[in-house]
Design a binder for this molecule. Sequence first.
Ligand code: GDP
Ligand code: MN
Length: 394
Amino acid sequence: MKVHEYQAKDILESYGVAMQPGRVARTVDEAVEAAEALAEQGASMWVVKAQIHAGGRGKGGGVKLAKSIDEVRERADEILGMNLVTHQTGPEGQKVRALLIADAVDIAKEYYVGVTLDRQSSMDAIMVSTEGGVEIETVAEETPEKIHKVFIDPTIGLQGFQVRKLAFSLGFEGTAFKQATKFISALYTAYRESDATLAEINPLVLTEDGNVVAVDAKINIDDNALFRHKDLAALRDVHEEDPLEVKASEHDLNYIRLDGNVGCMVNGAGLAMSTMDVIKLAGGEPANFLDVGGSASAETVEAGFRIILEDPNVEAILVNIFGGIVRCDRVATGVVQAAKNVDIDVPLIVRLQGTNAEEGQQILEESGLPIETAILLKEAADKVTKALATPSTA
Ligand code: GDP
Ligand code: MN
């Protein structure tokens, strides 16, 4: 789960990670109030920042400096409500519903610090670079020698020498060195304790007066750990997510929208992945990944159909269910019931395999509904691509 910058900063600050002070605002008046409150604490310049779940906001015009409260008002008015397009939002952009008003810092130098899980070594990795404020992917590609990494065995934890090595590789000295070591240690603790999959500071800055502080912050929380972080789960902002994915999660369906034209409904993530492969092999393009889970009940199948059909790109649907724990005849009854409740206006191909597959197929055939059936997955995929080629009669 992603959170906004202001939320990530709050989380990290609670672990003692040094943050540039700031306040969230949802209206222009609130932005002015936030700037005034920061001025009382010493701010004389502000930065007005769009809060969306995507990076690259600076380049897209979503991060602006303001030298006076009047300028804060003007910048807030411009950015709030704008449709911000960055390399991470895609061309459709994302509407700005909140701002972070921060006490602007005088930047001497920008750095990068990130913590993530390295699946290959089964260890956490902390990466630092002197090339901050730049997309880290670009640095990794063009000048990989400028990224320094340490790997942390989670059973041993982060060691002092590792932290010093990282701070040293960034060229810090004296007080800044001490601040950098404290910063990195606190960032790692925050990452571990909040069950994050990523904690990234880009840029970490050395200020003109010699302090080390985060100017931007990103933290992604492992969805599977949210049950034990109710406070973090409450930070979810559904406005930032695909509406169909939000709807699917309400029905406990694992749905990811893609840009093809074949809707697919499958039980089990592995089977869903291979179904997508077979659709591609047959010349189609999957419109989604959808795992309805083990039970594939009439309710989940119906919810699945509704979600798939809300995607206007869908021109055919392939249902591929393996009857292991759930029997195919029950699934078939569910499909028939769901197909009666939902107006399915595209060709529907159903492949049932496993326990009671023949009974299942019979139920589908006798339903009188325009459902094509298949036994082999290849056969099912071919029927889908054929259906795409012929205009729908349903
Ligand atoms: P991003 O573009 O979404 O990654 O947003 P950032 O928060 O990283 O801001 C983009 C850039 O704006 C930073 O790399 C900085 O160069 C600049 N910036 C952000 N905050 C400040 C600030 O307080 N002072 C100054 N001088 N520049 C800032
Ligand atoms: Mn940034």
